[in-house]
Design a protein. Structure first.
Length: 226
């Protein structure tokens, strides 16, 4: 159900929870809600049942494929995967290069303008003259997309924990940066259903009020939790 050439479901590691996965159905416009499950799945019977119920024309086994063909129906998905064209391979290469560029900037705490420098451009143009280089603006847009995706994932993760009767403990840490701005970080802590301790950074907020009274900090904390 999860393997190529035609995976029925996609699995993504939940941000901040390497032992958890988010499973989604690959069929367009499917109303099956993503599930947060343990990283190692021992049984796929429940996932097979979903396809038998909601996607009857998509075979989940060789036997079911034969039954669909025998009934005169056209399978909604084939087991043979067509080789990618040169254009598709180049698109995959470019997508990976773009992701690695963003990772390089973030992991090394570099300025986004680094990739706009003539020496950087000359280096990668020499390594691969056919590669398409991206501007810092493109990578900033990519970062925004990654942030929004991770943000929504955390909201789902915490919402499911609360919906199951769980609670979250909060800790805060405030400091002054070298630019003379004050910040506060809010972190959530909880035990999941497998008694694994989870800690998630919920937000980092700049403190605009120079007087850090209890009332002001409580207002900031409520903004984060809301």
């Amino acid at each position: 159900m999860f393997k190529d050439p035609n995976p029925k479901y996609l699995r993504e590691v939940v941000p901040g929870q390497p032992q958890k996965m988010r499973v989604t159905c690959t069929q367009p416009n499917c109303d099956w809600k993503p599930k947060i499950v343990d990283r190692f799945i021992s049984s796929t019977s429940n996932y097979t049942s979903h396809y038998i119920s909601k996607h009857k024309d998509i075979p989940t086994s060789e036997k079911q494929l034969q039954a669909i063909v025998a009934a005169g129906r056209i399978p909604g998905q084939y087991f043979e995967k067509k080789p990618k064209t040169n254009t598709e391979q180049h698109a995959d290469y470019q997508a990976m290069f773009r992701k690695l560029q963003l990772d390089f900037i973030l992991q090394n705490n570099l300025s986004f303008r680094t990739i706009d420098q003539p020496t950087y451009i000359a280096l990668f143009s020499h390594l691969n003259p056919s590669v398409t280089l991206y501007s810092s603006r493109s990578l900033v847009r990519d970062l925004k997309k990654e942030f929004d995706k991770a943000h929504e994932g955390k909201k789902i993760q915490l919402g499911e924990h609360i919906a199951g009767g769980g609670r979250i403990a909060l800790t805060t840490d405030a400091w002054s940066a070298r630019n003379y701005h004050d910040y506060i970080a809010v972190t959530g802590h909880y035990q999941d259903k497998n008694n694994v301790h989870i800690s998630l950074l919920l937000d980092i907020v700049r403190l605009s009020n120079p007087i850090h009274s209890g009332v002001y900090l409580a207002e900031v904390l409520c903004e984060v939790t809301d």
